[in-house]
Design a protein around this ligand. Structure first.
Ligand SMILES: [Zn+2]
Ligand SMILES: [Zn+2]
Length: 328
């Protein structure tokens, strides 16, 4: 499924089979998660993708070939491919253990063709072995929603009472991790979304309500998953002294002005960008121990536009996943 221009639907296309270059593996895609970032790309809010582009950066795949020098994975191995697809390894960010901020980074499904396809290639150094506990479609949302969400959770620090603003693919995973760590989760949804609020409570949230409401207790930290800038001051206003409020999205509408008094007393606003390979290794080790259970709605590859439309409208709980070949 090919993206050519912002505002237009993805187009089904038959492309030549990709050839793995040096250090790359050829992958038969078994499942690919749909991420809000993909919506930002098709809407033109992230406006420097390669064109034409095969989107998709939560790839679960089988290794079916290897380029020169690629020997990390045996044929038949199951791997996951995340958003971080390549780094230069030499810039000052890479040199200081912050490859998520690499100046030369290339991203899967943005700078590199991704997993809305039957075949893909990936740099073997940026692939993850996947825990056996998860069927393909359940593993896919771990690869972005899960592990970038996990990085956001680490940035929030030791917060006991943690707020999640927007309860979609990432929050439904992170809620389970946070509860497992002994934290208390407060879930904020769109106004009147009783179904998602019940979903959050079912995953261990102590309280669920609308983002316009004040939680019953002040938050020690919050992660804003929704792309609405006004949620940043809303989360600050709901937070206790010293709280960190972290935006986990790659794009957000403008943050409105707010009075300094809601930031005062060592509250912090921040953001999380991308992932390091270490984040992925840590999270994929923790997920089966929680154990994280992902709730997925599957679509055939050809129905990618429908999956994106349903994500935009909030028509499913948890995560959407494309499964090539499932309509045949
Ligand atoms: Zn993503
Ligand atoms: Zn770098």
């Amino acid at each position: 499924m090919v993206f050519e221009r912002a505002g237009e639907p993805l187009r089904p296309a038959e492309l030549p089979d990709p050839t793995p270059g040096p250090g790359q593996v050829l992958l038969a895609v078994r499942a690919c998660g749909v991420c809000r970032t993909d919506l930002h790309i098709v809407d033109g809010e992230l406006n420097e993708p390669k064109l034409p582009l095969v989107p998709g950066h939560q790839i679960v795949a089988e290794v079916v070939g290897a380029g020169e020098g690629a020997e990390r994975f045996a044929p038949g191995a199951r791997v996951g491919v995340p958003w971080l697809g390549w780094t230069d390894g030499t810039c000052r960010y890479c040199a200081s253990g912050r490859e998520n901020l690499c100046d030369g980074a290339r991203f899967t499904g943005y700078d590199i063709d991704g997993g809305y396809a039957e075949l893909a290639v990936a740099d073997e150094r940026f692939c993850f072995p996947l825990p056996d506990d998860y069927p393909d479609e359940q593993a896919a949302p771990l690869l972005c929603a899960g592990l970038i969400g996990y990085r956001a959770l680490r940035l929030v620090g030791e917060a006991e009472r943690i707020g999640f603003y927007g309860f979609g693919a990432a929050a439904h995973i992170l809620c389970q991790v946070a509860v497992h760590e002994g934290r208390r989760v407060f879930a904020f949804t769109r106004e009147g979304d009783a179904e998602t609020q019940a979903f959050a409570r079912g995953l261990g949230a102590e309280w669920a309500g609308s983002s316009a409401e004040a939680p019953p207790q002040q938050l020690d930290g919050a992660i804003v998953f929704a792309a609405a800038g006004e949620l940043m001051p809303a989360a600050l206003a709901a937070s206790a002294k010293g709280a960190r409020v972290i935006s986990a999205g790659i794009h957000m509408s403008d943050i409105p002005a707010f009075p300094y008094e809601i930031l005062w007393e060592e509250r912090t606003l921040g953001s999380v960008a991308n992932l390091t390979r270490r984040d992925g290794e840590e999270f994929l080790a923790i997920a089966p121990r929680v154990p994280v259970r992902t709730e997925v709605t599957t679509y055939s590859l050809e129905d990618a536009n429908q999956a994106l439309a349903d994500l935009r409208a909030g028509r499913f709980r948890g995560a959407a996943v494309l499964v090539p070949g499932s309509s045949r």
